[in-house]
Design a protein around this ligand. Structure first.
Ligand SMILES: [Zn+2]
Ligand SMILES: [Zn+2]
Length: 166
């Protein structure tokens, strides 16, 4: 009987632990000087916002720090010396994160990783950084079209084969 109760207790404790994971906490709360600035519900960070916060994806921030991150990301994060006044509506492609971080940290003490860039940097970044080791070229979309054409040719030859064999 005692063992039975023991097993039940173990199972219940195990289940309650599985059901209630560690409480979500704002990952930026410790990084601020003022205490208790955290406000509002917890928001899970996407890859982009985790980059701005300089934490791993899947961390949480409170609403207050979420807005702070959004504001921080409202500038061009490309480590080029000259910028235009307008931010591009297209975010920085992930393939450029590494070369930007590498160059930014090397050359600008104030560099902070972000996900947005200005229209001038969007035009010039590939040209400027293409010689760097960490640079990744954009993926070419032509191969997809090429494959489709190839498949179409295969279907066509199959049809003509069927037509001639009857
Ligand atoms: Zn917070
Ligand atoms: Zn820029």
């Amino acid at each position: 009987m005692k063992t039975c109760v023991f097993i039940v207790v173990v199972v219940v404790v195990g289940l309650s632990r599985a059901k209630f994971p560690a409480e979500k906490t704002c990952c930026l709360s410790s990084k601020t000087r003022e205490k208790n600035v955290c406000r509002g519900r917890m928001i899970g960070l996407s890859t982009e916002m985790a980059r701005v916060a300089e934490v791993d994806r899947g961390n949480f921030v409170c609403v207050f720090h979420w807005h702070q991150l959004r504001t921080r990301n409202n500038i061009c994060s490309c480590p080029l010396p000259t910028h235009s006044a307008t931010l591009s509506s297209t975010p920085i492609p992930e393939r450029l994160y590494r070369v930007f971080d590498e160059e930014g940290r090397k050359k600008m003490p104030s560099y902070r990783p972000g996900t947005r860039w200005c229209t001038s940097c969007r035009r010039n970044a590939d040209k400027t950084f293409s010689s760097k080791e960490e640079y990744q070229t954009p993926k070419k979309r032509k191969t997809v079209g090429g494959n489709n054409t190839y498949r179409l040719l295969q279907v066509k030859s199959l049809i003509s084969f069927l037509l001639t064999s009857f």
